[in-house]
Every structure is written in C-alpha cells, then in structure tokens.
Design a protein around this ligand. Structure first.
Ligand code: 6GU
Length: 261
C-alpha cells in the first residue's frame, strides 16, 4: 500500500511515520508513505496556499491550483489521472464518516492520495473535481486534516498483508466482526484481590468461546446497540440477548427493560 499525503504541515508526520508500528512496516517494505508539502506547489514568492473567500466571511480557504498540481504530480508515476482505482481522499469534517467498511474499501486500492484540509476549508472545486472520496473521522472538528490522515493510514495499513501479525487476525477483530471485543485478562489470576472469570481458567474451550461471545453481545448492547442491528446473530445469540431485554424482532430494546442492569 502506497500512501501519498498532501499537507501544509509535513513535519506533523515525522514522529508517527518513523516511530509507530507503521515505521516497522515501512522498513520491511510493506508500506510506503510519501509526504508532499502543498506549499511547494505554490507559484508566488510568498508561497501563498490560501486566500480570502468569495462572498466574504471569516477564515481563509485553500486555493485549488497547488492542490490540483500536487495531485497530478503524485499520480504521474502511476500513469493515471483521477479514477476510483487510485482514490483521492479529501479529509474534511463535511465528509462521509469513516467506518471499518470504508477502511476495507480503501484498503483494496494499490495506494491512496490523501489531502489534508486546513483553515476554514478547501476550495469546493477540490471536492467536486479532484477528490474521489470525502471523508471525516467523526463528529467533532479538528484544526486540520493531519491527525485524521494518521488515523486513516493506521486503519488502512492493518489490512495490508504482513503489517499486523497473524496472531491478531484482522478479519476476526472487533468491529469487522460486527461486535465489540470480549474482555481480556492475563496473569496474575489474582491482582490486588481482583480475580478473573473462573471459566477462563477452566480449560474448557467450547464454554470459553460461548462466554466470550456472550460478553461481546453484552458489551455491544450496552455501548453500541446500533451495531447489533447489523450483526450476524445465531439463534443462541438471540436467546442470550432476549434474556437481556433485547428483542431482535423489534430491532431494539423492549420497553421497560434495562439492558445494563
Ligand atoms: Cl477529516 N478534518 C477536520 N479538520 N476535522 C475533522 C475531521 C477531518 N474529521 C473529523 N473532524
């Protein structure tokens, strides 16, 4: 997977790219991350990348020319222009909210061009005539797209073969499977008088699997009931959830019950 990040703040990526788990994957040749300074594509003596907005108002807007030129240069070695084969992702709070489904879709590409928005925003023509995807990482506003780019690169990289060890199967992980992860425990079995569930020490694998499944269901119902509506549930799962007051048929919780009690 080849990441091409276009930003006004290239130095923001130095730490994360070199030191995170991604640093190792880059050294092993599994990933490449190229950082391009949008300002190097400006044409005036001052390196002006932003300008006042038409119609008036507070906040500067990123100019289209340096961004279009930087993307064209980035795609040149691939012999491609704008196409969904090589996604051009604009990061902005106005985009589609990133989730594991979109991460998987983007991870299928040979590479990504990632545009970090800044200031009040970018000229709309970048969104309509350059970007193939417009992505937000959540319902809050960041000062710029750089942290969002790091989130996207990290999440997509996990699906690049070899980046995540086989011990951590990305297909089975929480969210991809549709449920939140079950609780995890390690030694000591008694920590300051706080024990671990007896069943995990029993060596009975079938019972342990069932317990883990039920804890995943319990947790998902408590924290993210919206995920349950889309999860693949067995008859046993539905029975367990019914015992917690969740009815699959209603697509929700029966009135008068308290699933967290
Ligand atoms: Cl992608 N950019 C900014 N500036 N803020 C955000 C965001 C992106 N996603 C959530 N908040």
């Amino acid at each position: 997977m080849r990441f091409h990040i276009l930003t006004l703040f290239p130095e923001a990526f130095e730490g994360p790219v070199r030191h995170s788990m991604l640093g190792r994957a880059i050294q092993r040749g599994l990933l490449s991350v190229q950082i391009t300074d949008i300002r190097s594509y400006t044409t005036d003596a001052h390196g002006t990348a932003d300008d006042y907005q038409f119609g008036g108002g507070h906040g500067m807007v990123l100019k289209p020319e340096p961004i279009f030129d930087a993307v064209a240069d980035t795609l040149l070695p691939y012999g491609k222009g704008r196409s969904t084969e090589f996604p051009i992702v604009l990061l902005s709070p106005q985009g589609r909210k990133l989730d594991q489904e979109l991460v998987l879709e983007l991870a299928a590409a040979p590479g990504l061009v990632i545009l970090c928005g800044h200031y009040a925003g970018v000229d709309e023509r970048v969104r309509t005539h350059l970007a193939t995807h417009d992505v937000s990482i959540g319902d809050y506003v960041l000062t710029g797209g750089e942290l969002a780019a790091m989130v996207l690169v990290d999440a997509v990289s996990r699906f690049t073969p070899g980046v995540v060890g086989s011990a951590e199967n990305v297909q089975e992980d929480s969210i991809t499977s549709g449920l939140l992860q079950h609780p995890l425990y390690t030694r000591p079995a008694d920590f300051r008088g706080i024990g671990v569930p007896e069943i995990l020490l029993s060596g009975h694998h079938a019972n342990i699997e069932r317990w883990r499944r039920e804890e995943s269901l319990r947790r998902t119902l408590r924290s993210r009931p919206d995920l349950l509506a889309r999860a693949e549930l067995s008859a046993d799962d539905e029975k367990f959830l019914a015992g917690l007051g969740y009815s699959v048929d209603d697509g929700g919780i029966e009135s008068g019950s308290n699933p967290t009690a």
